[in-house]
Design a protein around this ligand. Structure first.
Ligand code: PMP
Length: 283
């Protein structure tokens, strides 16, 4: 069951208004939330980011965080996701439908859409790692907003695939920013390096969890911009996201990173992350 504009509908029965601004302009925002064993992970952080995205695009949300929490819970329950299941929950809010002009219409009602579906964790892949291609970051300058307009991400991900890699690492004039749908960390001499949470990257929820876990466990973290040369000299690289969790990158542009397999710091962080998930699903 999906929730679309105030109604519960079966998949295949949902319709989009032809002048919905999410559809016409990518004018809207979204969140993807992880469900572990039937429970929402980091919900408060996701909802805070959703409200921040809304503010940044000048959209007034007519729902409270608590109302959205109730909706999320209903999406999980109505889709048969139980404490035996891992899943993802998708919530998107379009600015709404109005005759097509670029500026924001005065009276317009946001349209919410949500679904939840079972999704297994990428556990085997997290031990094996992925390959990546370094690509110029062609996206806009407000990557901190989780907007529906993902064409930049679509194109860079396809360039990476065309080059035979599984993912891409983006750079702006030689400064590494993030990946198409995840944040990136370099490990050098036992310390973590990642781009600061400014307008050039999405402030990833998993990124923050990893930073906190690292600091709590004595791993130094530098939220500092670093270059593609630094990236190529890194001992380890990994990306983080809600769905990919902590995914090692074992080769960049066909060259192995470190030993060309998952490194000790990524392994340690994966362990800490696992303990953190287990502790939070017990709550
Ligand atoms: N950066 C980008 C561009 C993303 O789209 C995402 C989300 N898929 C992330 C980083 C990771 O964010 P999160 O950990 O909150 O999923």
């Amino acid at each position: 069951m999906l929730y679309v504009g105030g109604k519960w509908v079966a998949e295949g029965e949902a319709a989009v208004h032809p002048e919905d601004r999410g559809y016409n302009f990518g004018d809207g925002i979204y969140e993807v939330v992880r469900i572990y064993k039937g429970k929402m992970f980091q919900w408060d952080a996701h909802i805070a980011r959703l409200f921040r995205s809304a503010r940044e695009i000048r959209m007034n949300l007519p729902w409270s965080a608590a109302e959205l929490g109730t909706l999320a819970r209903q999406l999980i329950d109505k889709n048969g996701i139980t404490e035996d299941d891992d899943a993802t929950l998708y919530l998107q809010i379009s600015r709404g439908a109005a005759p097509r002009v670029h500026d924001i219409p005065d009276s317009i009602e946001p349209v919410i859409m949500g679904f939840a579906r079972k999704k297994e964790r990428p556990l085997a892949e997290m031990k094996k790692g992925q390959t990546a291609q370094l690509i110029e970051d062609i996206r806009w300058l407000r990557c901190d907003i989780k907007t529906l307009n993902l064409l930049g991400a679509v194109l860079v991900k396809q360039y990476a695939k065309d080059a035979g890699a599984q993912d891409c690492i983006l750079h702006r004039n030689g400064i590494v920013t993030e990946c198409s749908s995840s944040n990136v960390f370099a490990v050098k001499n036992g310390a973590l390096y990642t781009h600061p949470a400014d307008h050039l990257i999405l402030h990833g929820i998993t990124r923050q969890v990893v930073i906190d876990l690292a600091r709590e466990n004595g791993i130094p973290v530098y939220e500092e911009a670093f270059t593609t040369d630094f990236l190529k000299q890194a001992d380890e690289l990994f990306l983080t996201s809600t769905t990919a969790e902590i995914m090692p990158i074992i080769a960049v542009d066909g060259q192995p990173v470190g030993e060309g397999s998952i490194g000790p710091v990524a392994l340690k962080l994966q362990d800490l992350f696992e303990q953190h998930i287990n502790a939070s699903v017990l709550v």
